[in-house]
Design a protein around this ligand. Structure first.
Ligand SMILES: C[S@@+](CC[C@H](N)C(=O)[O-])C[C@H]1O[C@@H](n2cnc3c(N)ncnc32)[C@H](O)[C@@H]1O
Length: 253
């Protein structure tokens, strides 16, 4: 698992060759980083209707897209920089017409027109770029592209280990503005301490400060929790307000 910058540097997660070798070794098996569909389902059902046109960036060999289709999602385009995994997934999912797999670098998605998707799901892909060479530039290029290919009002759902101090600055740099709602969920298998927050509390957004940070004194129940940033694309034509006069908006209901 990628946990911090020092561990990042031991692998080149931003390098296609690293992923090609890894997926060649893994063969036909599947692996979901961080969280499986069952844990993310309440968030997807809340923000992403079944009829949405969805783009899964850096899909890898995760089962989430297949699980989403079994649940009712009708159109998921999956992209990855690894030609090995795209070939494996194409064959494996050839019988599922709702799923497409295309070899593509998330930093250059010129294959897609502006405003092509209702939702982009990113589980661990921005994190991988943050471990590669030229990380800030790669993150910027990726987020500009994500914003471009989303429709106004579309959702970029970022599932990451990165807390707001290391992710919000990148989100705020990209060309479009986001309205961000943050949710925090414990890692799979984490045992709750008795008396801790109610089972539904993780569906409550965590308020962010004006600077986009966690509130002072905020304590994570599981220190290795995962963060879900639900970023809604806002634009001049959609909100009726010129982007440059809008202050950063950090919560969304
Ligand atoms: C941490 S894995 C996550 C895989 C999958 N999303 C999941 O949840 O299990 C990161 C994935 O991003 C892909 N990736 C890395 N850099 C990429 C890039 N520039 N463009 C597209 N995919 C990339 C890797 O090949 C890998 O499959």
């Amino acid at each position: 698992m990628m946990r911090d910058a020092s561990q990042c540097n031991s692998y080149n997660y931003g390098d296609a060759l690293y992923w090609d070798e890894r997926y060649a070794e893994e063969g036909l098996s599947s692996f979901d980083w961080y969280q499986r569909y069952s844990a993310l389902r309440p968030f997807l059902l809340k923000f992403v209707p079944f009829s949405s046109k969805i783009l899964m960036v850096g899909c890898g060999n995760a089962a989430i897209s297949e699980d989403m289709v079994k649940d009712g999602y009708v159109e998921i385009m999956n992209i990855d920089i690894s030609s090995v995994v795209i070939e494996i997934m194409r064959r494996k999912c050839a019988h599922i017409p709702q799923l497409k797999y295309v070899l593509m670098d998330v930093r250059d998605m010129s294959f897609f027109q502006d405003g092509s998707f209702d939702c982009v799901i990113d589980k661990g892909t921005l994190d991988s770029l943050m471990c590669g060479t030229d990380a800030p530039l790669s993150a910027f290029q990726m987020l500009e592209e994500v914003s471009r290919i989303l429709k106004p009002g579309g959702i970029y759902m970022l599932i990451t280990y990165g807390d707001p101090s290391v992710r919000v600055p990148h989100l705020n740099k990209a060309g479009q503005r986001w309205k961000i709602a943050l949710y925090i969920i414990p890692r799979p298998g984490y045992k709750k301490r008795e008396g801790c927050s109610s089972p539904n509390s993780m569906m409550e957004p965590v308020p962010l400060t004006e600077k986009g940070l966690l509130p002072p004194g905020f304590v994570l129940e599981d220190p290795e929790s995962h963060y879900i940033y639900v970023c809604k694309k806002i634009s001049e034509s959609f909100e009726g307000i010129p982007n440059h006069v809008q202050p950063p908006t950090m919560t969304m209901q």
